[in-house]
Design a binder for this molecule. Sequence first.
Ligand SMILES: [Zn+2]
Length: 274
Amino acid sequence: MNTDKPRHYFSNNEVREEIVQLDNNFFRITYFWGLKPNTLVFTGDEGIMIIDPGQRPMAGRLISAINRICSGKIFYLVNTHPHGDHISGNGEFSREIPVIWHDSLDDFTIKGITKLKNRPFPSCRHFNLFYTMIFNNADIWFIPFPGIHSGKDIMVYFPSWNIIHMGDLLLTQSFPAIGYKVQDYIKFLGILQETFPSRTKFIGGHGHELDMNGLQEYEAMLKNTVEEVRKEMKTCKNLEELQRRDILKEWGIYGEYIGFLTKDYWIESIFRSI
Ligand SMILES: [Zn+2]
């Protein structure tokens, strides 16, 4: 999503800041402003890695929050995909800090990133490439999966902790923002469940984190919405009429977290996928 507001729109410190410690070395930081993207902070003996610095107007507060909760130097910024709500914060950090993102994974000037030759999971046939680096004595995997949300999506996985930042490949409190057919996206959620260990913690680009049960519930919710639209389409083939009838009322809460991912948007996505 790419609707960052200009910087001068923001002028106070009253925006709610949520800091969630996910494990000894991991924090999720969210500012409830604009599109509320999730920043993941990984800290350790060598220093700090920030995945998705978020919206530029919040970057100053993000940096002071990180200074408060972590010690050490910021070594890397990672961008899950090139949309302003996730990456415009980059500009507030030193230009000396390397930015790891989709297009730079093959760039060997970024120290230490290599392609994993052997597939790390027995059931990961759907993922073609895993890139890896070691930082803070831990493996970090960058897994490209372009095309669902943007042309340049990567997931960032920490196998030692089973923590993964999904970027906008997963929005846990809203309908998904996808260019795919809805059914193909639901298959993607199945692939995640098949590939990652059952104790995995999924950090979405927006919304609270999910465990495997939560991911299954989210998938079930999407399947139910598809079924509802399919059922209604047996008697009505008119999109506007389906939207007027408010057929996804039961799942309305998922149409409220991010302004433009409304129930009507989701009815249309399903309508065009069937
Ligand atoms: Zn986003």
